[in-house]
Design a protein around this ligand. Structure first.
Ligand SMILES: NC(=O)c1ccc[n+]([C@@H]2O[C@H](COP(=O)([O-])OP(=O)(O)OC[C@H]3O[C@@H](n4cnc5c(N)ncnc54)[C@H](O)[C@@H]3O)[C@@H](O)[C@H]2O)c1
Length: 352
């Protein structure tokens, strides 16, 4: 079940009651989201007859660790949460990844319901079944594939989300449109102002379309052996920007820069039209992204960081690049090898 729209979360207890005869749930949420939106969900689950507990952890990426997962496991044990229970991940991508991982190993796997509360989690993190935690050496190094039993993208919770967090989600929506959905891309171009203002109907349309597109890609290639790599568009450069800045540049800002750099790279590598690359940059800006190069960031360190990207085979840098707006290469491996000089040029071009 995927439900998108204002008030979608109100449908969760009724849907879950039909699937979960034991009516035993644990809502997992970061402390910020729990304070803003936890109570309403817990009360509605209790009203539907669920034994409902709420577990919280400190907000932020720094909580996506084995230590926090172990702490939550100790709490599940203390609460005697059995194999008939389900977890509900109420929060952003950090909560979704952490609670999803927790659910996938608790009693060797209990169902997880994803209730994403950031735009990024609605269109990206909650969809596709990837879960996990970070290790000091690398992000998302330990984890599982655990498909959610259901996803509830309730756009009304976005009213409390800070603007900078909205930008991360918009960058991912532009990514999926540029990679796989030209008509969504054009729709975004004509509705950018409404989306930026937080218009609920426009958000609902964009979120539903992005989810459907990502789900279609993931269904064909759940374990990322081939086509799922198209979802990495923009992310080779984005990860490098994040790493080279010591994670001071946020994910959304990094993805926006990454999309622009990689679409420009594509004009050389795949024949992607230069006019389309400009449209990607214009759309990102219309949705509120800043494409200004972060002043303290050294471009050669970014290029160096890209060489360490996990998608690289041996020393070659490989990027998933579009051939046209909304279209990636048709081959089963959509990535192309990029000469290091071209990558450097594309990164330098972001400075002007
Ligand atoms: N599993 C996947 O496929 C996948 C895909 C993309 C990203 N991710 C992961 O997602 C994470 C990033 O997700 P994120 O950007 O949602 O981060 P996040 O979960 O840390 O949320 C960002 C911030 O917004 C706050 N917040 C969340 N919802 C709110 C609301 N409605 N109102 C006010 N504040 C709210 C949170 O407390 C947090 O401080 C990363 O760890 C990334 O690795 C996973």
């Amino acid at each position: 079940v995927v439900r998108v729209g204002p008030g979608a979360l109100r449908l969760l207890p009724g849907d879950l009651a039909a699937r979960l005869p034991e009516r035993d749930v644990v809502v997992v949420s970061d402390a910020t989201v729990a304070r803003l939106h936890g109570r309403a969900l817990v009360l509605s689950l209790r009203a539907a007859g669920f034994r409902t507990r709420l577990l919280t952890f400190p907000a932020g990426e720094r909580s996506k660790t084995r230590t926090v997962k172990a702490r939550l496991e100790d709490r599940l044990l203390a609460l005697a949460v059995g194999r008939d229970a389900a977890l509900v991940a109420l929060g952003g991508g950090v909560t979704g990844d952490l609670a999803g991982f927790l659910a996938s190993t608790w009693h060797r796997g209990v169902p997880v319901v994803q209730a994403p509360t950031t735009l990024l989690a609605m269109v990206d993190a909650a969809i596709g079944g990837k879960t996990g935690v970070n290790l000091p050496a690398a992000k998302n190094l330990v984890g599982t594939f655990h498909q959610p039993a259901a996803v509830y993208a309730d756009v009304s919770v976005l009213s409390t989300l800070p603007r900078s967090e909205m930008a991360s989600g918009f960058a991912e929506i532009v990514k999926i449109a540029a990679a796989a959905d030209r008509s969504l891309f054009e729709w975004l171009e004509s509705h950018a102002a409404e989306l930026r203002r937080g218009n609920a109907r426009a958000l609902e349309h964009a979120i539903a379309a992005a989810i459907a597109r990502k789900a279609a890609v993931v269904t064909r290639d759940e374990r990322e052996t081939g086509r799922r790599a198209i979802l990495n568009l923009g992310h080779t450069v984005a990860h490098a920007v994040e790493a080279a800045s010591g994670w001071r540049v946020g994910h959304g800002a990094a993805v926006a820069l990454g999309l622009v750099a990689e679409c420009r790279l594509a004009t050389r590598a795949t024949g992607f039209p230069a006019s389309s690359a400009s449209r990607v940059a214009r759309l990102l800006e219309a949705l509120g992204a800043s494409l200004a190069w972060p002043r303290s960031l050294d471009p050669s360190r970014v290029a160096e960081a890209a060489r360490h990207d996990k998608k690289n085979r041996r020393e070659t840098i490989r990027c998933a690049l579009p051939v046209a707006l909304g279209r990636m290469p048709a081959s089963s491996d959509p990535t192309v090898a990029i000469p290091e000089k071209d990558l450097r040029d594309a990164i330098r071009a972001l400075l002007v």
